[in-house]
Design a protein around this ligand. Structure first.
Ligand code: HEC
Length: 453
């Protein structure tokens, strides 16, 4: 029993299918988004710091542009980050219903960390706007106006100081929170696909200090590098005609960075992918999983090739092709992971769908009893003239006759539906003309009532 079982109901067969589709779609939105967020914050904070210490405006511009492009818009956070993260969590909670593993709890933790990191990252992004406004303000104010010491200039300087420090703290906090969230997320996904470890992994430290986590994190981060590299190329050079007013040195900086990141990740990713596959337990491996892994590897080689030629020949024409290929790669990678996960939880799925159908049957049983037939009303209208529970009227008291049936509602219903002569001490009971259903309900009601007394 895991803690989150209270939150969800066991999913039925059809429902499991639906949850799996929902999970795949959510991951398809979430993983590229998180990858771009990771790439954007790490590259941006790096150049931001470097630019500020070296006073290099090119670096500062790149720091700003990249976080603005790759984090898309503030509203993307909800559609691509928070909502998919929550659906992924609920999908796991449902698919791992009754499974004895801390996976679902860890997933919840990573979702919380993700959402927190988004807050800081968008705060970081926002401060660049303010810094820009400050700069513009300085440019239009008369020369040396800010050098004189007075109340106004002090306030402006404090404000500027404030923006700069918010910018760096928000950037740093967002970056590390996002990294921590991703690490736990990668470890949790890997654990979910390894049922053989469920019984042994009982706390977060075991997830953190695990080779399996490290390698799936490695796969995640290198995939994120490929995605970010592709996204930079796409947003800076292809989307909407590319970025306006990029001079040559700036374009070279962007291309170099994107190229280097994609190349390094492009080499690392296949390695990580193969190692993480080797870490999967026997139950989760299958020819289909292997096939999809091969497809992912081939696509990653093609992407690597494209990026390399873009990098080498300074040719940005295939940026869109790279972007599309990267998404195909992500799609197949998710399908591969999902099939492995499906294999891993196969037994649990059988168990929970059985649980669901039992629960459904029980529910149906209950509705039978309450099919709208009011046994008590029938008793008052049709039976009470001749019957009481504890006294003899025209007919014998129920307390003496009903127990004979020993709980056999079927048999009792037959008598009520079509009474036969039984006790010589009584006249025969006239047929009360009940419908079959009513007789059934009546019999059950009598058994329940007499049984209780
Ligand atoms: C007109 C009077 C009369 C009415 C109305 C009547 N009964 Fe009876 N009932 C009898 C008599 C008399 C007997 C005894 C019959 C016998 O033992 O052969 C009897 C017997 C029974 C028994 C005992 C059967 C047994 O195995 O000994 C049950 C149970 C019963 N009735 C249920 C009902 C129910 C339910 C209704 C209403 C839907 C109903 N009765 C309406 C007269 C009536």
């Amino acid at each position: 029993m895991n803690f989150f079982d209270e939150l969800v109901i066991p999913p039925s067969d059809n429902h499991v299918m639906l949850v799996k589709y929902m999970l795949t779609i959510s991951l398809l939105l979430f993983i590229p988004y998180i990858s771009m967020m990771l790439g954007a914050t790490f590259i941006s904070t790096h150049f931001n710091k470097k630019g500020k210490t070296e006073g290099n405006n090119l670096y500062l511009r790149f720091a700003k542009d990249i976080v603005e492009k790759l984090t898309i818009t503030k509203s993307a956070e909800l559609a691509l980050g928070t909502i998919p993260a929550l659906s992924i969590f609920f999908a796991y909670a449902q698919l791992l219903y009754t499974a004895k593993t801390i996976t679902v709890g860890m997933m919840a933790l990573s979702v919380v960390l993700f959402i927190l990191s988004f807050v800081f990252i968008y705060k970081y992004r926002g401060t660049f706007k303010l810094e820009g406004i400050m700069k513009a303000f300085k440019n239009i104010s008369p020369k040396d106006a800010l050098d004189t010491e007075n109340e106004n200039t002090q306030e402006i300087k404090d404000f500027e100081q404030n923006i700069v420090s918010t910018n760096s703290t928000a950037g740093t906090a967002g970056k590390w929170l996002l990294l921590a969230a991703t690490y736990i997320f990668a470890g949790t996904m890997a654990l979910a696909s390894s049922p053989d470890k469920w019984a042994n992994v009982g706390n977060i430290l075991q997830i953190i200090f695990s080779w399996q986590t490290l390698f799936s994190f490695g796969a995640f981060v290198s995939l994120s590098g490929i995605i970010s590299g592709g996204a930079i190329m796409f947003y800076f050079f292809s989307w909407d005609g590319g970025l306006k007013d990029m001079d040559e040195s700036y374009a070279a900086l962007v291309k170099n960075t994107a190229g280097r990141i994609s190349l390094a990740s492009g080499i690392l990713f296949p390695l990580m992918l193969i190692i993480s596959y080797a870490y999967l337990p026997q139950v989760s491996q299958s020819p289909t999983v292997f096939f999809y892994m091969a497809v992912v590897l081939i696509i990653s080689l093609i992407v690597g090739n494209f990026v390399y030629s873009m990098f080498k020949n300074s040719d940005t024409a295939s940026a869109t092709a790279v972007f599309v290929l990267v998404f195909t790669l992500v799609l197949f990678n998710i399908i591969k992971d999902q099939i492995a996960f499906g294999n891993a939880i196969h037994e649990n799925t059988i168990e929970i769908t059985k649980l669901a159908s039992d629960e459904e049957k029980e529910l149906k049983g209950k509705t039978m009893q309450s099919t709208g037939i009011d046994a008590e009303a029938i008793f008052t209208q049709k039976c009470s003239a001749c019957h009481k529970f504890d006294q003899k009227l025209v007919g014998p008291p129920y307390q003496e006759t009903v127990p004979k049936y020993n709980g056999d509602a079927q048999k009792l219903a037959e008598f009520i539906f079509n009474p036969q002569k039984i006790d010589p001490a009584f006249p025969p009971m006239p047929n009360q003309g009940l419908k079959k259903k009513e007789a059934n309900a009546m019999a059950q009601w009598l058994i329940d009532k007499v049984g209780k007394k």
